[in-house]
Design a protein around this ligand. Sequence first.
Ligand code: SF4
Ligand code: SF4
Length: 355
Amino acid sequence: MNLVLDLDGLDALIRVLRDDGRVVVGPVLRDNAITLAELDSAADLPGGWGVEIGAGHYRVRKRDDAAVFGHSAGPQSWKRFLHPPRRVLMSSDGNEFRTAQDTAPDYAFLGVRACDLAAIAKLRQVVGGPAPFVIAAQCTEPGELCFCASMGCGPAAGPGYDVALTERIDSGGHRFLAAAGTVEGTRLLDRLPGRAATQEDITLAAQDVDAAAQRMGRAMPEVDLRDLLAANRDSAHWEAVAERCLTCGNCTMVCPTCFCVSVEDTTDLDGNAERSQRWASCFEIDFSYLHGGAVRTSGAARYRQWMTHKLGTWRDQFGTSGCVGCGRCIAWCPAGIDITEEAAALAETTQLGGE
Ligand code: SF4
Ligand code: SF4
Protein backbone atom coordinates (compact mmCIF):
# COMPACT_ATOMS: atom_id res chain seq x y z
CA MET A 1 0.00 0.00 0.00
CA ASN A 2 1.33 3.46 -0.93
CA LEU A 3 -0.03 6.72 0.41
CA VAL A 4 1.08 10.33 -0.01
CA LEU A 5 1.12 12.32 3.23
CA ASP A 6 1.66 16.01 3.76
CA LEU A 7 3.11 17.44 6.98
CA ASP A 8 -0.30 17.20 8.65
CA GLY A 9 -0.39 13.56 7.61
CA LEU A 10 3.03 13.02 9.17
CA ASP A 11 1.77 14.69 12.31
CA ALA A 12 -1.24 12.36 12.30
CA LEU A 13 1.11 9.38 11.94
CA ILE A 14 2.92 10.40 15.13
CA ARG A 15 -0.38 11.05 16.91
CA VAL A 16 -1.83 7.65 15.97
CA LEU A 17 1.30 5.85 17.17
CA ARG A 18 1.19 7.76 20.45
CA ASP A 19 -2.52 7.05 20.84
CA ASP A 20 -1.64 3.37 20.50
CA GLY A 21 0.62 3.73 23.52
CA ARG A 22 3.92 3.79 21.68
CA VAL A 23 6.83 6.03 22.56
CA VAL A 24 7.71 7.69 19.26
CA VAL A 25 11.41 8.49 18.92
CA GLY A 26 12.87 10.47 16.04
CA PRO A 27 15.36 13.15 15.05
CA VAL A 28 15.34 16.52 16.82
CA LEU A 29 17.67 19.50 16.81
CA ARG A 30 19.31 19.60 20.22
CA ASP A 31 22.68 20.86 21.50
CA ASN A 32 23.72 21.92 17.97
CA ALA A 33 23.30 18.40 16.60
CA ILE A 34 20.57 16.22 15.14
CA THR A 35 19.96 13.84 18.03
CA LEU A 36 17.20 11.33 18.80
CA ALA A 37 14.45 12.01 21.32
CA GLU A 38 10.79 11.34 22.04
CA LEU A 39 8.50 13.19 19.65
CA ASP A 40 5.19 14.77 20.64
CA SER A 41 4.38 15.94 17.12
CA ALA A 42 5.91 16.57 13.70
CA ALA A 43 6.82 20.07 14.90
CA ASP A 44 9.59 18.46 16.97
CA LEU A 45 11.37 17.20 13.84
CA PRO A 46 14.39 19.23 12.64
CA GLY A 47 12.56 20.90 9.74
CA GLY A 48 14.93 23.01 7.66
CA TRP A 49 18.10 21.69 9.30
CA GLY A 50 20.83 19.71 7.62
CA VAL A 51 24.39 18.84 8.53
CA GLU A 52 27.86 19.63 7.27
CA ILE A 53 30.03 16.64 7.99
CA GLY A 54 33.61 15.48 7.47
CA ALA A 55 36.35 13.48 9.17
CA GLY A 56 36.41 14.74 12.77
CA HIS A 57 33.87 17.40 11.82
CA TYR A 58 30.10 17.84 12.36
CA ARG A 59 28.05 21.03 12.18
CA VAL A 60 24.33 21.61 11.76
CA ARG A 61 23.42 24.07 9.02
CA LYS A 62 20.24 25.74 7.81
CA ARG A 63 18.85 24.22 4.66
CA ASP A 64 17.23 26.09 1.78
CA ASP A 65 14.06 24.08 2.29
CA ALA A 66 12.00 22.69 5.17
CA ALA A 67 12.98 19.03 4.81
CA VAL A 68 12.62 17.13 8.09
CA PHE A 69 14.81 14.16 7.11
CA GLY A 70 17.44 16.16 5.19
CA HIS A 71 20.41 15.16 7.33
CA SER A 72 22.78 12.20 7.51
CA ALA A 73 23.66 10.16 10.61
CA GLY A 74 24.04 12.16 13.82
CA PRO A 75 26.08 11.43 16.93
CA GLN A 76 23.43 9.14 18.39
CA SER A 77 22.09 5.96 16.92
CA TRP A 78 19.04 3.87 17.83
CA LYS A 79 21.41 1.66 19.84
CA ARG A 80 20.87 3.74 22.97
CA PHE A 81 17.18 2.74 23.02
CA LEU A 82 17.67 -0.97 22.29
CA HIS A 83 20.85 -1.37 24.30
CA PRO A 84 21.01 1.46 26.89
CA PRO A 85 24.43 2.95 27.78
CA ARG A 86 23.90 1.97 31.43
CA ARG A 87 21.48 -0.55 32.88
CA VAL A 88 21.07 -1.63 36.50
CA LEU A 89 21.06 -5.43 36.70
CA MET A 90 20.46 -5.82 40.43
CA SER A 91 20.58 -3.75 43.57
CA SER A 92 20.45 -4.12 47.33
CA ASP A 93 19.59 -1.81 50.21
CA GLY A 94 21.54 -4.04 52.57
CA ASN A 95 18.52 -6.15 53.49
CA GLU A 96 17.29 -7.65 50.27
CA PHE A 97 18.48 -8.03 46.69
CA ARG A 98 16.30 -6.87 43.84
CA THR A 99 16.78 -8.00 40.27
CA ALA A 100 16.01 -5.21 37.83
CA GLN A 101 12.93 -5.78 35.71
CA ASP A 102 13.47 -4.47 32.22
CA THR A 103 10.44 -2.53 31.12
CA ALA A 104 11.46 -1.15 27.73
CA PRO A 105 8.75 1.10 26.28
CA ASP A 106 6.83 0.05 23.21
CA TYR A 107 8.98 2.06 20.82
CA ALA A 108 8.18 3.42 17.39
CA PHE A 109 11.31 4.70 15.64
CA LEU A 110 10.60 7.41 13.09
CA GLY A 111 13.13 8.44 10.44
CA VAL A 112 15.37 5.36 10.45
CA ARG A 113 17.71 5.49 7.47
CA ALA A 114 18.75 2.36 5.57
CA CYS A 115 22.14 2.10 7.29
CA ASP A 116 20.54 2.31 10.71
CA LEU A 117 17.80 -0.15 9.77
CA ALA A 118 20.54 -2.66 8.93
CA ALA A 119 22.33 -1.75 12.17
CA ILE A 120 19.19 -2.37 14.24
CA ALA A 121 18.93 -5.88 12.75
CA LYS A 122 22.60 -6.59 13.51
CA LEU A 123 22.35 -5.24 17.03
CA ARG A 124 19.18 -7.18 17.84
CA GLN A 125 20.95 -10.38 16.80
CA VAL A 126 23.08 -9.80 19.90
CA VAL A 127 20.93 -7.94 22.42
CA GLY A 128 17.50 -9.31 21.47
CA GLY A 129 14.53 -7.56 23.04
CA PRO A 130 11.19 -6.59 21.54
CA ALA A 131 11.22 -5.38 17.96
CA PRO A 132 10.44 -1.66 17.62
CA PHE A 133 7.86 -0.42 15.13
CA VAL A 134 10.02 1.15 12.42
CA ILE A 135 9.16 4.03 10.10
CA ALA A 136 12.15 4.29 7.78
CA ALA A 137 13.19 7.46 5.96
CA GLN A 138 14.49 6.56 2.54
CA CYS A 139 17.82 8.25 2.01
CA THR A 140 17.74 10.77 -0.80
CA GLU A 141 20.57 12.93 0.46
CA PRO A 142 23.65 10.99 1.61
CA GLY A 143 26.34 12.81 3.57
CA GLU A 144 30.02 13.28 2.85
CA LEU A 145 30.89 10.31 5.10
CA CYS A 146 28.19 7.88 3.96
CA PHE A 147 29.20 4.59 2.34
CA CYS A 148 26.19 2.35 2.95
CA ALA A 149 25.96 1.56 -0.79
CA SER A 150 29.38 -0.11 -0.75
CA MET A 151 28.38 -2.09 2.36
CA GLY A 152 25.18 -3.30 0.70
CA CYS A 153 23.03 -1.57 3.32
CA GLY A 154 21.47 1.32 1.41
CA PRO A 155 20.48 3.90 0.39
CA ALA A 156 17.14 2.11 -0.14
CA ALA A 157 15.78 0.75 3.13
CA GLY A 158 16.14 -3.02 3.26
CA PRO A 159 13.83 -5.43 5.04
CA GLY A 160 12.67 -4.70 8.56
CA TYR A 161 10.61 -1.54 8.27
CA ASP A 162 6.89 -1.30 8.88
CA VAL A 163 6.50 1.88 6.84
CA ALA A 164 9.05 3.64 4.63
CA LEU A 165 8.75 7.36 3.92
CA THR A 166 10.36 9.12 0.98
CA GLU A 167 10.41 12.88 1.48
CA ARG A 168 10.09 15.15 -1.56
CA ILE A 169 9.83 18.94 -1.85
CA ASP A 170 9.10 20.42 -5.28
CA SER A 171 6.42 22.41 -7.06
CA GLY A 172 3.97 19.72 -5.95
CA GLY A 173 4.60 20.66 -2.31
CA HIS A 174 6.26 19.08 0.73
CA ARG A 175 5.14 15.48 0.91
CA PHE A 176 6.07 11.95 1.90
CA LEU A 177 5.46 8.81 -0.10
CA ALA A 178 4.53 6.26 2.57
CA ALA A 179 4.95 2.59 1.62
CA ALA A 180 3.90 -0.18 3.98
CA GLY A 181 6.36 -3.01 4.58
CA THR A 182 4.29 -5.12 6.98
CA VAL A 183 0.66 -5.82 7.79
CA GLU A 184 1.00 -3.52 10.83
CA GLY A 185 2.34 -0.83 8.53
CA THR A 186 -0.64 -1.20 6.22
CA ARG A 187 -3.01 -0.95 9.19
CA LEU A 188 -1.29 2.25 10.28
CA LEU A 189 -1.55 3.83 6.83
CA ASP A 190 -5.24 2.90 6.70
CA ARG A 191 -5.79 5.26 9.64
CA LEU A 192 -4.00 8.26 8.15
CA PRO A 193 -5.28 11.16 6.07
CA GLY A 194 -3.57 11.15 2.68
CA ARG A 195 -4.13 10.43 -0.96
CA ALA A 196 -3.37 7.22 -2.81
CA ALA A 197 0.03 7.40 -4.49
CA THR A 198 0.16 7.65 -8.27
CA GLN A 199 2.67 5.80 -10.42
CA GLU A 200 4.45 9.13 -10.87
CA ASP A 201 4.84 9.55 -7.08
CA ILE A 202 6.34 6.07 -6.85
CA THR A 203 8.67 6.57 -9.83
CA LEU A 204 9.96 9.95 -8.60
CA ALA A 205 10.64 8.54 -5.14
CA ALA A 206 12.52 5.56 -6.57
CA GLN A 207 14.58 7.88 -8.79
CA ASP A 208 15.54 10.04 -5.80
CA VAL A 209 16.77 7.01 -3.87
CA ASP A 210 18.63 5.60 -6.90
CA ALA A 211 20.35 8.95 -7.40
CA ALA A 212 21.48 8.94 -3.77
CA ALA A 213 23.44 5.74 -4.40
CA GLN A 214 25.61 7.70 -6.86
CA ARG A 215 26.32 10.50 -4.38
CA MET A 216 27.88 8.61 -1.48
CA GLY A 217 30.78 10.57 -0.03
CA ARG A 218 32.86 7.46 0.69
CA ALA A 219 33.20 3.86 -0.47
CA MET A 220 34.86 0.79 0.92
CA PRO A 221 37.48 -0.76 -1.39
CA GLU A 222 35.96 -3.46 -3.57
CA VAL A 223 37.80 -6.40 -2.03
CA ASP A 224 36.77 -9.17 0.32
CA LEU A 225 37.17 -7.24 3.56
CA ARG A 226 37.29 -10.37 5.69
CA ASP A 227 40.19 -11.75 3.65
CA LEU A 228 41.85 -8.33 3.64
CA LEU A 229 41.85 -8.10 7.42
CA ALA A 230 42.91 -11.73 7.85
CA ALA A 231 45.88 -11.13 5.52
CA ASN A 232 46.97 -8.03 7.45
CA ARG A 233 47.29 -9.30 10.97
CA ASP A 234 50.98 -8.40 11.02
CA SER A 235 50.80 -5.31 8.81
CA ALA A 236 53.05 -2.36 9.70
CA HIS A 237 50.05 -0.16 8.90
CA TRP A 238 48.56 -0.69 12.36
CA GLU A 239 51.47 1.26 13.85
CA ALA A 240 50.81 4.08 11.37
CA VAL A 241 47.18 4.27 12.56
CA ALA A 242 48.27 4.08 16.20
CA GLU A 243 50.39 7.21 15.74
CA ARG A 244 47.11 9.10 15.18
CA CYS A 245 44.66 7.08 17.29
CA LEU A 246 44.04 8.40 20.80
CA THR A 247 42.35 5.11 21.87
CA CYS A 248 39.49 7.28 23.14
CA GLY A 249 36.81 4.79 22.10
CA ASN A 250 34.55 7.42 20.48
CA CYS A 251 34.27 5.26 17.36
CA THR A 252 32.85 2.35 19.35
CA MET A 253 30.44 4.55 21.33
CA VAL A 254 28.90 6.12 18.22
CA CYS A 255 28.90 2.92 16.16
CA PRO A 256 25.31 1.65 15.88
CA THR A 257 26.42 -1.99 16.00
CA CYS A 258 29.17 -2.04 18.66
CA PHE A 259 27.59 -3.90 21.55
CA CYS A 260 30.35 -4.62 24.10
CA VAL A 261 29.56 -4.07 27.77
CA SER A 262 31.27 -4.25 31.12
CA VAL A 263 29.62 -5.14 34.42
CA GLU A 264 30.54 -3.26 37.57
CA ASP A 265 29.53 -3.33 41.23
CA THR A 266 29.28 -0.17 43.31
CA THR A 267 28.46 0.42 46.95
CA ASP A 268 27.83 3.49 49.05
CA LEU A 269 28.35 4.32 52.72
CA ASP A 270 24.62 3.79 53.47
CA GLY A 271 24.92 0.10 52.65
CA ASN A 272 23.34 0.23 49.20
CA ALA A 273 24.91 -1.83 46.45
CA GLU A 274 24.28 -1.95 42.74
CA ARG A 275 25.41 -4.15 39.88
CA SER A 276 25.16 -2.39 36.54
CA GLN A 277 26.04 -2.96 32.94
CA ARG A 278 27.54 -0.17 30.86
CA TRP A 279 28.81 0.21 27.34
CA ALA A 280 32.46 -0.73 27.08
CA SER A 281 34.99 -0.24 24.32
CA CYS A 282 37.67 -2.51 22.91
CA PHE A 283 39.88 0.60 23.01
CA GLU A 284 39.93 0.55 26.84
CA ILE A 285 43.21 -0.80 28.21
CA ASP A 286 41.48 -3.20 30.62
CA PHE A 287 38.98 -4.44 28.04
CA SER A 288 41.26 -7.40 27.30
CA TYR A 289 42.40 -7.90 30.91
CA LEU A 290 43.01 -11.60 31.45
CA HIS A 291 44.56 -13.26 34.53
CA GLY A 292 47.04 -10.55 35.47
CA GLY A 293 47.30 -8.22 32.51
CA ALA A 294 45.79 -6.73 29.38
CA VAL A 295 46.29 -8.70 26.19
CA ARG A 296 46.05 -5.70 23.86
CA THR A 297 48.33 -3.12 25.43
CA SER A 298 49.15 -1.05 22.35
CA GLY A 299 46.93 1.30 20.37
CA ALA A 300 47.92 -0.60 17.24
CA ALA A 301 46.59 -3.87 18.69
CA ARG A 302 43.36 -2.24 19.79
CA TYR A 303 42.64 -0.50 16.48
CA ARG A 304 43.44 -3.74 14.65
CA GLN A 305 41.05 -5.62 16.93
CA TRP A 306 38.23 -3.14 16.34
CA MET A 307 38.58 -2.98 12.58
CA THR A 308 39.21 -6.71 12.19
CA HIS A 309 36.11 -7.56 14.19
CA LYS A 310 33.96 -4.93 12.52
CA LEU A 311 34.86 -5.80 8.94
CA GLY A 312 36.17 -9.36 9.18
CA THR A 313 35.48 -11.71 12.06
CA TRP A 314 31.96 -10.30 12.56
CA ARG A 315 31.16 -12.33 9.46
CA ASP A 316 32.39 -15.52 11.10
CA GLN A 317 30.39 -14.69 14.19
CA PHE A 318 27.12 -13.43 12.72
CA GLY A 319 27.27 -14.11 8.99
CA THR A 320 27.37 -10.45 7.96
CA SER A 321 29.69 -7.45 8.21
CA GLY A 322 29.52 -5.44 11.43
CA CYS A 323 29.70 -2.18 9.50
CA VAL A 324 26.71 -0.58 7.77
CA GLY A 325 28.55 2.42 6.32
CA CYS A 326 26.92 5.14 8.42
CA GLY A 327 30.16 7.15 8.73
CA ARG A 328 29.67 8.04 12.41
CA CYS A 329 33.07 6.67 13.50
CA ILE A 330 34.74 8.99 10.97
CA ALA A 331 32.82 12.12 12.00
CA TRP A 332 33.27 11.60 15.72
CA CYS A 333 36.89 10.49 15.71
CA PRO A 334 38.82 13.42 17.21
CA ALA A 335 41.79 12.45 15.02
CA GLY A 336 39.66 12.16 11.87
CA ILE A 337 40.65 8.52 11.33
CA ASP A 338 38.60 7.14 8.45
CA ILE A 339 37.85 3.41 8.37
CA THR A 340 37.41 3.52 4.57
CA GLU A 341 40.84 5.13 4.12
CA GLU A 342 42.48 2.64 6.44
CA ALA A 343 40.86 -0.25 4.56
CA ALA A 344 41.98 1.29 1.26
CA ALA A 345 45.54 1.67 2.58
CA LEU A 346 45.60 -2.02 3.52
CA ALA A 347 44.07 -3.01 0.18
CA GLU A 348 46.76 -1.08 -1.73
CA THR A 349 49.53 -3.20 -0.27
CA THR A 350 47.76 -6.54 -0.18
CA GLN A 351 47.58 -9.17 -2.88
CA LEU A 352 44.51 -11.25 -2.14
CA GLY A 353 44.04 -14.70 -3.66
CA GLY A 354 41.82 -14.88 -6.74
CA GLU A 355 42.32 -11.23 -7.72
S1 SF4 B 1 32.19 1.07 11.79
FE1 SF4 B 1 31.81 3.26 11.49
S2 SF4 B 1 30.75 3.42 9.51
FE2 SF4 B 1 30.66 1.26 10.16
S3 SF4 B 1 28.69 1.06 11.25
FE3 SF4 B 1 30.25 1.53 12.82
S4 SF4 B 1 30.21 3.78 13.02
FE4 SF4 B 1 29.13 3.27 11.11
S1 SF4 C 1 39.98 5.63 15.87
FE1 SF4 C 1 39.50 7.74 16.53
S2 SF4 C 1 37.58 7.57 17.71
FE2 SF4 C 1 38.46 5.49 17.54
S3 SF4 C 1 39.70 5.26 19.43
FE3 SF4 C 1 41.09 6.04 17.81
S4 SF4 C 1 41.05 8.28 18.05
FE4 SF4 C 1 39.28 7.49 19.20
